[in-house]
Structures are given as structure tokens and as C-alpha cells.
Design a protein around this ligand. Structure first.
Ligand SMILES: C[S@@+](CC[C@H](N)C(=O)[O-])C[C@H]1O[C@@H](n2cnc3c(N)ncnc32)[C@H](O)[C@@H]1O
Length: 259
């Protein structure tokens, strides 16, 4: 799977984000080299990204994404790629926006490393209901031929677990075939069994043929989620360095005043 760098403006369109949405605490999963957290952070949004690639090699991701964008540019100019030019004006604008996003990501992950947390679905390193809104683009459903239905079911429940309000997912189609993920309705029924209402909504964004819809999951009134196998990474799980930093600082102050 390659690393991609969608821009803040693409996120806003893919997930139909309003100004109210952007005033909430948001998780981007997977963040890849997208510019969302960087730009949202610069606008004052409390946003965090999680991705398995935010480990030791995180400093190389911006550069890798730029190389991928260059490769894609050649395909787009040569007409070798299926692409719907309704949102982007053409290959030049596409390449400019994605490159700016990759550079904004590279600057931000260096300047605000706590905002980029290493982690993988289906076990995210955050406590229940840590975020108001969880955004998930170009992993679930897109890679439905590489990741099986059990993974999808577990990953969806995990995204729901860490959300207080909503999860939004985009796109709903297999990126290799440009058709809807075949088990989408089955997944929605499984979620409904836990009191998670869902709906498919049209969005004002498209790149690939058929990708003009997002899935919204309502998490506020959900029931209890199923018990799960223990997470092999459990020791790292209940630590969100951004949200609970103030608690660490408070306990350090208490410890030093008691000493
Ligand atoms: C195509 S990129 C999408 C990135 C970003 N959302 C964007 O639109 O630019 C897919 C990302 O999924 C990440 N990924 C792969 N397996 C994952 C997993 N099990 N859990 C979370 N992220 C995963 C990859 O590291 C990669 O950065």
C-alpha cells in the first residue's frame, strides 16, 4: 500500500466537513502523509492522525509521498489513469495540491510530533470515546480485496469505539475495480446490531469513477461493543500523548509537591 497525501480541502469535500465539525476533536485514521491535521491544526482544530507508518521512519514519509505524486502525475498527464476531473481542474492542480499537502504534513510531523500517533487498525492506541469525530479515508472498503471482511468488521467497531459522536468513511468502493465494496450492507447490518445507525450520503468530491459517497456511523447512542481478544500491544494502548499530557503534568506537580 502506498502512502498518499490528500489535502485539507479534499478532506473537507470528501467528508462534507462544516465549520462546526472543524471545531470538534478529530481523529484522522489512517493519516498517511495527508495535509489534514497540519492545516486543521493551523486553523485551531484539535486534530490527531494515526497510522502504522508513524514509527521510526516517519521523517521519510513526506519525501515518499512526493515521489508517489510525481509518478501519479506522469500517469495522469499520459492519460494512463482512470480519473474523474470534476473536483480537480486537471493534473497540474492535482499535483500542486497534493505536493503542498505532503510538504505541510512533513513540516507538521516534525514540528508537532505528538499529533501523529503510531497505531494500526483494528487496535487503536486510544481510550474509548477519545474523539468527537473520526475520519477514515482510502483504507477500509478501498482495499477490500486485500483486507478481509473480519478485518473490516473489527476495524469499523474500533473506529466506533474511539468516537463519541460520528465516524465518517470515504470512499465506499474498491479502488481496484471502481465498484462498491460488496459487503457494505452486511457491515451496516452488523453495526446496527450494536445500536450504531448508519447512512450513505452523497459528497461533492470525486477522483475515481464512482466515489461520490461517504458512510456516516452514529456513535453517541451505541450499545456495548463486543468483548475482544486481548490486544498484543496493550501496554501502549491507553496513552494518548496529546489529550492526557495535562494529566501527566498535573501528576508530576503533585509528586514534586509531596516530595
Ligand atoms: C492510501 S493511504 C490513505 C492516507 C490518507 N487518508 C489520505 O487520504 O491521503 C492508506 C494508509 O493506510 C495505512 N494503513 C495500512 N494498514 C493500516 C491499518 N491496519 N490501520 C491503519 N492504517 C493502515 C497506510 O500506512 C497508509 O498510510
Amino acid at each position: 500500500m502506498f502512502i498518499s497525501a490528500r489535502s485539507f480541502e479534499e478532506y473537507r469535500a470528501m467528508f462534507a466537513l462544516t465549520e462546526h465539525d472543524l471545531s470538534l476533536r478529530i481523529l484522522d485514521c489512517p493519516g498517511g502523509a495527508a495535509g489534514f491535521v497540519a492545516e486543521a491544526g493551523a486553523r485551531g482544530t484539535d486534530a490527531v492522525a494515526v497510522d502504522p507508518q508513524y514509527g521510526a521512519d516517519r521523517g521519510r514519509l513526506g519525501e515518499l509521498a512526493l515521489r508517489e505524486i510525481e509518478h501519479r502525475h506522469t500517469e495522469l498527464v499520459d492519460g494512463d489513469a482512470d480519473f474523474v476531473w470534476t473536483w480537480f481542474e486537471g493534473p497540474e492542480q492535482y499535483t500542486r495540491m497534493r505536493s503542498e499537502a505532503a510538504r505541510a504534513f512533513a513540516r507538521d510531523i516534525a514540528a508537532r510530533p505528538d499529533r501523529y500517533v503510531e497505531g494500526s487498525l483494528p487496535h487503536l492506541p486510544f481510550p474509548d470515546r477519545s474523539f468527537d469525530l473520526v475520519l477514515s479515508s482510502h483504507l477500509l472498503f478501498s482495499y477490500g480485496e486485500q483486507m478481509d471482511e473480519d478485518f473490516h468488521r473489527e476495524a469499523l467497531l474500533e473506529l466506533v469505539r474511539v468516537s463519541r459522536w460520528q465516524v465518517r468513511l470515504y470512499p465506499l468502493f474498491l479502488h481496484t475495480r471502481f465498484r462498491r465494496y460488496p459487503a457494505l450492507e452486511e457491515m451496516r447490518e452488523a453495526l446496527a446490531g450494536y445500536g450504531i445507525a448508519s447512512r450513505v450520503e452523497p459528497v461533492d468530491y470525486a477522483c475515481d469513477p464512482g466515489d461520490q459517497e461517504m458512510l456516516v456511523l452514529e456513535c453517541a447512542d451505541r450499545g456495548a461493543l463486543p468483548a475482544r481478544e486481548p490486544d498484543p500491544d496493550a501496554a501502549r494502548r491507553h496513552h494518548d500523548p496529546v489529550r492526557w499530557r495535562h494529566l501527566d503534568a498535573a501528576s508530576e506537580r503533585t509528586a514534586s509537591s509531596e516530595a
